[in-house]
Design a protein around this ligand. Sequence first.
Ligand SMILES: [Zn+2]
Length: 77
Amino acid sequence: MSLVPCRACGHKVDISALTCPGCGATDPGRKISRQQRDLRSFLIQLLIGLTFLGFGGWYVWNGVIPMAKQYLVKPAV
Ligand SMILES: [Zn+2]
């Protein structure tokens, strides 16, 4: 159980409360839960981005660099 300020009047209400006991506004904790959802989607996007970045780095290290070395060494031999 966590208390959040009502988005309409600032009265402390439970995050799961359907109406604010202070002013009667519906879903007073909605703004907070939307922020939590935004944070979760941001973290998922960050994880996906890091995965692509890691895979891209691995691909460059194992695929492009040996190929580049081979290309650079060949004319000398
Ligand atoms: Zn209120």
